[in-house]
Design a protein around this ligand. Structure first.
Ligand SMILES: Cc1cc2nc3c(=O)[nH]c(=O)nc-3n(C[C@H](O)[C@H](O)[C@H](O)COP(=O)(O)O)c2cc1C
Length: 356
């Protein structure tokens, strides 16, 4: 139904407009009493075998919605009704910012991919907090946090700390986004010295709190193995809780869309099917190097339930989807959950160290 009728219609429209319309429609639906329940009956898939404990939290299933869809935390619980085990909102920056000039979101249907250079467009921390405050529901919600584009890297720590402290009581976990290819120079923050500088005040603040909020760092698939080793070093030598791998890629390797089309689009992060193999490769590397001792959220190019399984087998404890949902529609999470249940559920050790 979705791929035969709805997707072809939606793909006739401007991608960013479709995104805004979707958010607006879901907000309207969310205002109707009982609508979340109906959506849950239609789309969510429940099963005790799908539950999984990671990062000290009990997830109803290990499939999450990746950052970038609900940037302003407007409808996390409504999105949860589609069957997600958790939803990551953001990227949220301290001050509101418009992001990059439009157009900045493009589909590559031949590659089952998306290119975006949104540039952390969002309505700022206060707006997100107001939305999170109004929440009713017990869905696990994470905050993906980023610095404002105007903040130089030397002062980035202040932006991240402000976000961490202000959002602390409203979300269940944090993802420090230093891997977005669309914010000038931000990926330099993946360097060990910068990332340690950003994280240290987080841990100090957290030590004084009653509630424990796990902190993860989201990394780029474009890092070299040496750069990934630096991040692993931080993971193993600080109270950092885990990693999210990966963000979108700047690479354009292996695309079947015409070179002319890809060139005309220009810069941006590529997501979807062309990213699958690299994301899995990075996850496998992280898993092997850390001997499976740290939680990994796997994301990047999950376009089929089998991709999700492959990511779990490579070492991910939880996975997230974004582009796959755009191509496969609202029943995508249910399909992944069904496959996972048929494979023996979530607690099954999909990965054991060392890999066979
Ligand atoms: C339009 C769009 C906006 C995104 N915005 C963010 C963001 O704000 N923060 C972030 O960490 N990742 C962001 N991402 C990256 C996704 O969270 C995810 O890491 C990436 O798309 C790879 O997963 P996928 O292939 O399943 O889409 C965005 C992706 C897309 C397509």
């Amino acid at each position: 139904m979705y791929s035969k009728f709805i997707r072809p219609l939606l793909f006739l429209l401007n991608p960013e407009q479709v995104h805004h319309l979707t958010i607006r429609l879901l907000r309207l639906l969310d205002a109707i009493p009982g609508m979340r329940w109906i959506i849950r009956q239609l789309f969510a898939y429940h099963g005790p075998s799908l539950e999984k404990e990671v990062l000290g939290m009990k997830f109803p299933n290990p499939i999450g919605l990746a950052a970038g869809f609900d940037k302003n935390a407007e409808i996390p619980d409504m999105l949860g009704a589609f069957g997600f085990g958790f939803v990551e909102v953001g990227a949220i920056t301290p001050k509101p910012q418009p992001g990059n000039p439009k157009p900045r979101l493009f589909r590559l249907p031949k590659d089952r991919a998306i290119i975006n250079r949104m540039g952390f467009n969002n309505r700022g921390m206060e707006y997100a907090i107001a939305n999170l405050r109004r929440r009713k529901g017990n869905l696990i919600v994470g905050a993906n946090i980023g610095k404002n584009s105007a903040t130089p890297n030397e002062c980035a720590g202040n932006d991240y700390l402000k976000l961490f402290r202000s959002l602390y009581e409203y979300v269940d976990y944090f993802v420090v986004n230093v891997s977005c290819p669309n914010v000038a120079d931000i990926t330099e923050l993946q360097n060990k010295a910068y990332i340690s500088q950003i994280l240290e005040p987080f841990f100090e603040f957290r030590r004084g709190q009653n509630q424990y909020r796990p902190v993860l760092v989201k990394i780029s698939p474009d890092l070299t193995w040496e750069q990934i080793d630096e991040i692993i070093d931080v993971l193993m030598n600080t109270p950092l809780d885990g990693l999210v791998a990966t963000n979108t890629t700047s690479s354009r390797k292996g695309l079947t869309s015409s070179e002319k089309q890809v060139e005309a689009i220009g810069n941006g992060g590529l997501s979807g099917a062309p990213l699958t193999d690299r994301a899995i490769e990075v996850i496998r590397y992280l898993y092997e190097k850390t001997e499976g001792r740290y939680p990994i959220i796997g994301v990047g190019g999950i376009m089929t339930p089998e991709d999700a399984l492959a990511m779990l087998r490579a070492g991910a404890d939880l996975v997230q989807v974004y582009t796959g949902m755009i191509y496969e529609g609202p029943g995508f999470v249910r399909n992944i959950c069904r496959t996972l249940e048929a494979e023996g559920g979530s607690q099954r050790p999909y990965h054991t160290f060392p890999h066979a």
